[in-house]
Design a protein around this ligand. Structure first.
Ligand code: PMP
Length: 350
């Protein structure tokens, strides 16, 4: 092996969900929102100044930051925006996880955490969820170089009560604790209200799920000024991570339309609750979900067989071919019509 080959940085690569294209397929595999973004976003696209594309974007994403501050009742220096929450979390790993001690995140949780830890040479440990897929808060009371977990967790969908999240933060005042709230709007309770109380807390959210804007890549973090300033210093040093101008403008429009946001989220929650009933009638078992997906295993049929049969019918759900997850399907909540087609097929197949 040549020296340059030996020097290549190796990671266990993240495997993104399939992005099949076509008119007639039903896509329930990457937790996108089945409804379009707010009509205010559409209007802003129609009215967008073409000259925007010629110029560099605002490095501080001011319009979007201001809209978020108003909505979440934060100060401008308490919010950091980035190119999807993936980018915000990657920046956070770089900025905050610089100790010799291991960063802690659950096994199982969002698989990108391990990729970033490996990529940035950050030591990590992964406490295992209990048999009900719950995070055991006591696992996070040991010495560590930082903590990150999704709440609700992914891909399990399980929500940890805010009082337990607070216990973890309170026990770890020497570390930065990141709560990844990608799915919080589907019924969970955000830790954002704890930011004024705990200077070591960073709450990360995204526009990709509840605000229907996965394609625009918009994520943000809320935390105390010192954390946000540090994130910005790192981001400005990686200038390619500045959000593009359409994302800044359209994201701000989406935040302004609270009524549409609430209606859309409500529709998804109603469909999810119906899905819980229908899937259990069909012989599935699953931890209770507070997200826009259900992580389900069938009592008799193998998950891979169901996944392949659905795929054949152009119904895409997520199947993880890896230990501990390979008997589960992660099914995104679609429209009622899409879900009916899923149940119809499963009724015949199972
Ligand atoms: N965190 C969790 C738990 C997720 O499931 C996802 C979506 N794959 C993300 C973060 C990243 O979302 P985005 O980059 O689209 O904001």
């Amino acid at each position: 092996m040549k020296a340059w080959q030996a020097n290549i940085r190796t990671v266990t690569p993240y495997v993104p969900g399939e992005q099949p294209k076509g008119g007639n397929l039903i896509k329930l595999n990457t937790n996108e929102n089945p409804y379009p973004p707010s009509p205010l976003v559409k209007k802003a696209i129609d009215e967008m100044d073409y000259d925007t594309f010629r110029k560099y974007p605002d490095p501080s994403s001011t319009v979007l930051t201001k809209a978020l501050c108003e909505y979440y009742q934060m100060e401008e220096d308490e919010i950091f925006v980035g190119v999807g929450s993936d980018d915000v979390i990657a920046m956070s790993f770089l900025t905050f996880f610089n100790s010799e001690k291991p960063v802690l995140f659950p096994d199982v949780s969002y698989s990108f955490y391990q990729v970033w830890a490996e990529l940035f040479h950050i030591p990590f440990e992964t406490p295992v969820l209990n048999e009900h897929f719950l995070i055991r808060k006591e696992d996070y009371y040991k010495e560590n170089g930082g903590i990150i977990f999704p709440n609700p967790n992914a891909p399990t969908g399980v929500f940890m009560p805010l009082s337990e999240v607070e216990d973890i933060i309170a026990h770890n005042q020497e570390s930065v604790v990141i709560v990844d709230e990608a799915y919080i709007d589907f019924g969970g309770e955000s830790a954002a209200g704890l930011i004024k109380k705990y200077e070591n807390l960073l709450v990360v959210q995204t526009f990709s799920k509840s605000r229907s804007m996965a394609g625009m890549r918009i994520g943000f973090a809320m935390g105390n000024k010192e954390l946000i300033r540090a994130l910005n210093d790192v981001k400005y040093s990686y200038n390619s991570y500045t959000m593009n101008m359409p994302a800044q403008v359209l994201g701000a429009e989406a935040v302004k339309d609270d009524c549409y946001f609430r209606q859309t989220v409500e529709k998804i929650i109603t469909t999810r609750e119906k899905a819980k009933e229908r899937l259990s009638e069909l012989g599935f078992v699953f931890p209770d979900s507070m997200t826009n997906f259900i992580f389900a295993s069938h009592k008799e049929k193998k998950a891979e067989d169901i996944y392949l049969a659905l795929r054949e019918k152009q119904i895409f759900v997520r199947y993880f071919k890896q230990p501990r997850l390979d008997n589960y399907l992660r099914i995104t909540i679609g429209t009622d019509e899409e879900m009916e087609k899923l149940y119809d097929f499963l009724e015949k197949f199972l």
